[in-house]
Design a protein around this ligand. Structure first.
Ligand code: NAD
Length: 376
């Protein structure tokens, strides 16, 4: 099969689905590869590096989509891409399926076989394919850097001839993949770090990174779905959480929120009133901004100033670290593909939960039961 790697066209997207070392992995597995000219430019890989790794170069998107049987992408199709893709093509990308119902219908109509990487099950065998974890770790790291740059004060404690500087207080809400990376990054910069998660089992992980786990007295509810993802809590729970978190938020210099719920709007955990009670010059980085945010007043993709507090709602943190984001994504997507490949062809084993959970459309049908129910 001929695998195609297009240039991503979402504005500001700097990642590429496969970097040159990944081309060798694909050709080693019997695939042929064509890469759109300039596809790796924003992640600092040129056409020559792709050619040297064994790919041919297509001059533009039209020529790439015409040739390829299998498209590997970072972001879902937009604009012209939805019409350039040929009938019968296989597409692997982060589809953002719960929020892209019209596109899924279109893919089914065009008889595209689409796999959505965000649906990879959280099982040990699939860990090296888990794009959500790879990208969340980068977001966690980058959230601290963005917060530190916006904070009008030092992070570490310093004892200088000109006086003592007290360390910044950082509070992290949600200690999953992004939150734990934020904890370790903030610790490395010398801040005093505290973290809270609805899953009390992460206490040990937070403490092992040198931070304090904050406990609140909240109603006991299941924090995780059977698939290992964060579960939506009741409104009563969120109200109690906001009340109990208010003091901690007010005392913190930097708050990082990471509580996203897959397929749902993010719960509001910090209200406008709580923001108002923060110190002038404090900063919030809301990593849940894509789905409304954990903070009342977060503006997606923007840095805003509300009552003296900077609120950062960037949703493109991984794209701001494109070299390593693309490297990790390459490992994830090629491992996913090779799990279904034999001598350069795909052989789908629907008994394999990695295949069945990620297959969204095929042969004109929506195969994912949850999405089919929602769309049809
Ligand atoms: P996520 O993006 O689904 O949620 C982010 C974090 O926010 C979670 O830790 C969640 O518990 C927390 N959260 C949700 N609502 C909250 C609230 N109201 N207040 C405070 N915190 C709240 O989760 P994630 O970071 O992608 O992963 C969560 C966990 O899943 C990881 O820590 C890891 O242990 C596990 N995981 C396992 C695998 C695997 O086995 N293959 C892969 C990835 C993650």
């Amino acid at each position: 099969m001929l695998v195609g790697i297009p240039k991503e066209i979402v504005p500001g997207e700097n990642r590429v689905a496969v970097i040159p070392p990944g081309i060798q992995v694909l050709t080693g597995a019997g695939f042929k590869v064509v890469v759109q000219s300039g596809a790796g430019e924003a992640s600092h890989y040129d056409d020559e590096a792709y050619s040297a790794a064994g790919a041919t170069i297509a001059p533009d998107a039209k020529s790439l989509y015409e040739q390829a049987d299998l498209i590997l992408k970072v972001r879902h199709l937009i604009d012209d891409e939805t019409t350039l893709i040929k009938e019968g093509t296989t597409l692997v990308c982060m589809l953002d399926g719960w929020f892209n119902q019209a596109l899924i219908k279109q893919l089914a109509e065009r008889k595209v076989r689409c796999f959505a990487l965000e649906f990879i099950p959280r099982i040990t065998r699939a860990q090296s394919m888990d794009v959500l974890s790879s990208m969340a770790a980068i977001s966690g790291y980058r959230s601290v850097l963005a917060g530190a740059m916006a904070l009008p004060q030092y992070f570490p404690m310093l004892m200088t001839a000109a006086g003592t500087i007290h360390p910044a207080k950082v509070f992290i809400v949600g200690a999953g993949v992004a939150g734990l990376m934020a904890v370790s990054t903030a610790r490395r910069l010398g801040a005093v770090v505290e973290a809270y998660d609805t899953r009390v089992e992460v206490r040990e992980q937070v403490e092992s990174l040198g931070a304090k786990f904050v406990e609140f007295d909240l109603p006991q509810e299941e924090g995780t779905t059977a698939g290992g993802y964060a579960k939506q809590q009741s409104e009563e729970f969120y109200r109690a959480q906001r009340e109990q978190m208010a003091e901690k938020v007010a005392q913190s210099d930097l708050v990082i929120t990471t509580a996203a719920i897959p397929g749902k709007a993010s719960p509001v955990l910090i209200t406008a009133d709580m923001v108002k009670k923060m110190k002038h010059g404090s900063v919030i980085v809301d990593l849940a901004a894509e789905r409304g945010g954990n903070v009342e007043g977060t503006v997606k993709n923007e840095k805003t100033f509300v009552d003296g507090v900077t609120i950062i709602g960037y949703i493109d943190h991984p794209s701001r670290v494109p070299v390593h984001a693309s490297q990790l994504y390459t490992k994830n997507i090629t491992t996913f593909l090779l799990n279904m490949a034999k001598e350069g062809e795909l052989t789908l084993n629907m008994e394999d939960e990695i295949v069945s959970a990620t297959l969204i459309t095929e042969g004109g049908e929506i195969k994912h039961a949850g999405l089919r129910e929602l769309i049809e």
